[in-house]
Design a protein around this ligand. Structure first.
Ligand code: 8X3
Length: 254
């Protein structure tokens, strides 16, 4: 029997790459997609060398014709991990740059929509499909400076919640994973436009923010439950973050 196929968007780094590794280890043929082809190729090589099955496909999820062409290139799809997303800027609503808001809406909302719409026929045909949407606690709780990211992730959540209702009766589960504070190589650095001091301040004094692997664990766990078990929504935060604003930080003396 050929392995089941899992498509991962945003697989070039962070949660996407970590999840691709875990799904490959769980026996899936993993199709790695993101804009940065070199990183994808390197990850595909790493997974293949480890005896797993993986291919790389350079893709910008905001480019609908490209997403359609990608979908047409696949024989079958069993799992879609709609993970590509990000935050650009941390400005208040009053002064946020509309271009940043548009870019966040494009990747976090339209990017998820494009991947879902293009791959859904194949997920249905599989007879046992799974869609995992990576939202965020920002999809449920507003915070100062969250601006366009909070708005966009509320949209990401709305896609997952609506789709689950609309697919009732179809053989496709819709799972939403909503992480809180996760320390990855790029998320905060991207949000603060390369300002590594500001990015580091997000995690200052937090003993153990979540890692990409922690979130990948939850995705792989949810995907590998029996088909009739649907993990609707899973919120995952570090122990140090009891709520969006309640983060335990250990301040160094001196
Ligand atoms: C990232 C979590 O708290 O930065 O999705 O919005 S937060």
């Amino acid at each position: 029997m050929s392995p089941r196929t899992a498509v991962v968007t945003g697989a070039s780094s962070g949660i996407g790459a970590a999840t691709a590794r875990q799904l490959a280890a769980a026996g899936y043929h993993v199709v790695l997609t993101a804009r940065r082809a070199e990183r994808l190729e390197a990850l595909a090589k790493e997974l293949t060398a480890a005896g797993h099955s993986a291919t790389a496909y350079a893709l910008d999820v905001t480019d609908r014709p490209a997403v359609d062409a990608f979908a047409a290139s696949l024989d079958s799809v069993d799992v879609l991990f709609a993970n590509a997303g990000g935050a650009f800027g941390a400005d208040p609503v009053a002064t946020g740059n509309p271009d940043d808001w548009r870019a966040m809406f494009e990747v976090n909302v339209m990017g998820v929509l494009n991947a879902v719409q293009a791959l859904l026929p194949k997920l249905v045909t599989s007879g046992d499909g799974t869609i995992v949407v990576l939202s965020s606690t920002a999809g449920f709780t507003a915070y100062e400076g969250g601006g366009g990211y909070v708005a966009a992730k509320h949209g990401t959540h709305a896609i997952a919640a609506t789709l689950r209702l609309e697919l009732s009766g179809e053989p496709v589960r819709v799972i939403e994973i909503a992480p809180g504070m996760v320390k990855t190589d790029e998320f905060a650095v991207t949000r603060f436009r390369g300002d590594s001091d500001k990015a580091a301040a997000v995690y200052a004094g937090v003993a153990e923010p979540l890692t990409a692997d922690d979130v990948a664990d939850t995705v792989a766990w949810a995907v590998t439950r029996p088909s009739h078990v649907n993990i609707d929504l899973l919120v995952v935060r570090p122990r140090a973050q009891a709520a969006q604003h309640k983060v335990h930080r250990v301040v160094e003396e001196g």
